[in-house]
Design a protein around this ligand. Structure first.
Ligand code: ADP
Ligand code: MG
Length: 293
């Protein structure tokens, strides 16, 4: 393509809210065969609300909410925001946290009034030697409904389950369908649980799902797809944990409303939080190159 054609393409992109970091991104996009989507904050709005509070071990629902939220004060995950919103609405006072720690793809922990409190998934609870049998059924039921459900433990005892649910972006389904019409395969990559991931994928019409992927695992999945289809893999993401995979992808696409690290790692930035830009970018690349080459 001529530099002029690329400038026209980039200019048209800018009008549509699609910012290209390089002319190469426009060119590569025309041959993309697979688009990998992150789930939370990319296909979903990333503004979950608390849907369930199931206390156990003698605590009340309010105590469960207070303890879980007090630990999540240290986190920027959408899960943390949902809990803070709920505790805020209920005007609950939170104890101060000490020794906060976030464990990638597992959960968070801190000391509250001397006791170690953990909020996280079943895999992590098992790694910590906690028996989750009593609440495993309740948690699985919530996950089947597409929710992200987490255990809460104080020292070596479970004190309940909290669940949050997010809503799909208005144009997620339409965008995935349009990509498929263009012959592009769609994949979801998420750190969230398998059941919730499948529920969301079915709603959106995504072809295949990889769930419970640790942040460092996202980059490996992109590499695997590249080994399969060649250097024609695009990835769309919004989070800090998506940044390495966005770099690895042949075209990394960041949701403009997402984390700075993701935006910096991307080749293409979609202004706002719409997904339609992915489809428009694919069309634009094909048009730009059909006209000139
Ligand atoms: P994603 O953004 O795709 O959900 P993450 O790697 O951020 O992926 O999270 C993966 C999983 O790790 C979550 O579904 C949850 O089980 C657990 N997790 C991550 N952050 C937190 C947190 N702040 N509190 C509790 N659990 C968390
Ligand atoms: Mg995300």
């Amino acid at each position: 393509a001529t530099p002029t054609a690329l400038m026209v393409g980039a200019g048209r992109g800018a009008e549509l809210g699609i910012l290209y970091r390089s002319g190469e991104a426009i060119q590569t996009f025309k041959d993309i065969r697979v688009v990998v989507f992150d789930k939370t904050g990319t296909l979903t709005r990333g503004q979950p609300v608390v849907t369930d509070l199931v206390p156990a071990g003698g605590v009340s629902a309010d105590e469960l909410l207070v303890l879980a939220t007090a630990v999540e004060v240290g986190s920027e995950h959408p899960i943390a925001q949902a809990l803070r919103d709920r505790a805020g609405e209920a005007h609950l006072a939170l104890p101060p946290l000490e020794a906060f720690e976030a464990l990638n793809g597992r959960g968070v922990q801190a000391r509250l009034e001397g006791a170690l409190v953990r909020v996280g998934n079943g895999r992590w609870m098992a790694e910590c030697g906690l028996d989750t049998n009593e609440l495993a059924g309740a948690l699985a039921g919530m996950e089947e409904q597409g929710k992200t459900a987490l255990y809460v433990a104080r020292e070596h005892r479970l004190i309940g389950v909290v669940a949050i649910a997010d809503t799909l972006k208005a144009d997620a389904r339409e965008a995935v369908a349009a990509l498929k019409t263009m012959g592009i395969r769609t994949v979801m990559l998420t750190g969230d649980n398998e059941r919730a991931a499948r529920h969301v994928a079915a709603q959106v019409g995504i072809d295949s799902v990889y769930a419970q992927v640790l942040p460092e695992g996202k980059i490996d999945k992109v590499r695997e797809l590249q080994a399969e289809v060649g250097p024609w893999v695009a990835m769309v993401g919004d989070g800090i944990n998506d940044a390495p995979a966005l770099k690895q992808a042949n075209v990394g696409i960041a949701i403009g409303a997402g984390a700075d690290v993701a935006v910096e790692a991307a080749d293409v930035i979609l202004i706002g939080d719409r997904l339609g830009g992915v489809v428009q970018a694919a069309h634009l690349s094909r048009l730009t190159f059909r006209k000139i080459v």
